[in-house]
Design a protein around this ligand. Structure first.
Ligand SMILES: NC(=O)c1ccc[n+]([C@@H]2O[C@H](COP(=O)([O-])OP(=O)(O)OC[C@H]3O[C@@H](n4cnc5c(N)ncnc54)[C@H](O)[C@@H]3O)[C@@H](O)[C@H]2O)c1
Length: 368
């Protein structure tokens, strides 16, 4: 059995920042990059946390992700902006786009920022939370390489195009929906493989377009994802493609290359970020108090036998995050080895490794 390692959020943040700096990312951008991925880990979204660093770095090394580029604002009004990401770091571009959207909302009630020629931005919920802050509603999405089939299709049609809608409450953590439009995110296959669990029925097709529950049948990037709720998830993915790529004038559908298979090609994707100032509609405190009422109502709903209370979107992530702040983050041996290898390739001193072997009984919290 492979080992598990534990590391504090703060040490993981420092390690990842140094790692990115080793690969030519500026100090400021490396901090943004590391912080978003560690926050994602902390919320238990392991599929989009540090496990992704290898792919980001492979792209930096191959020159298909340009860490030297800053964003360009192509068009701007008091409430809107169109940004060219210039093939820079998707996470850094997103951080800047969120800041612009929030500033426009602060000044004019709403900010809508459209981005083209970006790269993989990680978990949509991280940007939903940043857009929302303490006082706004945040909405964002990205398009991505085709992976989701049409309801009756047997090939990849469009990206899983994740989106987040996030709003603050008063005594509770944010209500934050953060979902892709497939039955299951591609990155979760790693977790199923690692845990040796079959996929839930109806989540994946194999390379021939036949349903499969075996996570080992194909190499990970070859699986074809089913849309959640059939025409509903598919409809949402089509609309997210429109709100991201088509609106931004970016690449759409099959024009988007694969983030894993086409390491030697840019992966030009588009996003949008909306910030809405709540007090342009309602007194902020009243809004937040009513959010608490809504959450209390949801918590008190009767549940079917064998189930615990109803959770609201974002509740799990916030609870996991609070716990991991105290216990640290658990990483598998494969991920730790990958991180350490990338560090040694750049001559980083890892003789004093920040990753410690986790006790066997360490409780692991994952999203599946
Ligand atoms: N950048 C990309 O290209 C890309 C692509 C796909 C997915 N992703 C990210 O992957 C992550 C996982 O996506 P997913 O589609 O697998 O999401 P998921 O199926 O894990 O659903 C997550 C959402 O459901 C909520 N939730 C979970 N359990 C709940 C419960 N019992 N009751 C109420 N709400 C509950 C969570 O709070 C969260 O909002 C997301 O962060 C997404 O943004 C990114």
């Amino acid at each position: 059995m492979s080992r598990k390692y534990v590391i504090s959020l703060e040490r993981l943040n420092r390690f990842c920042t140094d790692l990115f700096k080793g690969y030519g990312v500026t100090n400021e951008d490396a901090k943004i990059f590391a912080e978003a991925l560690v926050k994602t880990e902390a919320r238990g979204v392991k599929s989009h946390g540090v496990v992704r660093i290898k792919n980001y770095i492979d792209r930096i090394v191959s020159g298909t992700l340009d860490v030297t580029k800053d964003i360009t604002i192509l068009k701007e009004t008091p409430t809107t902006a169109l940004i060219d990401g210039n093939n820079g770091i998707g996470i850094v571009i997103s951080k800047k786009a969120v800041e612009i959207a929030r500033k426009k909302a602060e000044e004019n009630g709403i900010g809508f920022v459209s981005v083209r020629r970006s790269n993989h931005f990680g978990a949509a919920g991280i940007w939903g939370l940043e857009l929302s802050g303490d006082d706004m509603i945040g909405i964002c999405a990205t398009n991505s390489e085709p992976i989701v089939s049409a309801p009756t299709g047997k090939t990849r049609a469009l990206g899983s195009n994740p989106f987040s809608i996030t709003a603050p409450a008063k005594k509770y953590p944010h209500v934050s929906l953060d979902i892709s439009n497939g039955v299951m995110a591609l990155g979760k296959i790693y977790e199923y493989k690692r845990l040796g669990k079959p996929f839930p029925e109806g989540s994946w097709l194999d390379t021939n377009g036949n349903p499969t529950t075996d996570p080992n049948i194909n190499p990970i990037p070859e699986f074809i994802m089913r849309p959640f709720g059939m025409h509903k998830g598919f409809g949402l993915t089509v609309m997210m493609e429109i709100l991201t790529a088509i609106l931004a004038g970016g690449e759409f559908g099959p024009q988007v290359s694969s983030v894993y298979r086409d390491i030697d090609k840019p992966n030009p994707i588009s996003h949008f970020f909306i910030a809405i100032r709540i007090d342009y509609f309602r007194e902020l405190n009243d809004f937040k108090a009513t959010m608490d009422e809504l959450i209390d109502y949801l918590h008190e709903l009767p549940v079917q036998s064998g189930n615990s209370k109803v959770l609201y979107p974002g509740e799990k992530g916030a609870a996991v995050s609070e716990k991991k702040l105290k216990t640290g983050i658990i990483l598998g041996e494969d991920v730790v080895n990958e991180l350490l290898n990338m560090a040694t390739d750049k001559g980083m001193d890892i003789s004093n490794s920040p990753f410690e072997i986790a006790p066997d009984d360490f409780e692991e919290i994952t999203q599946i």
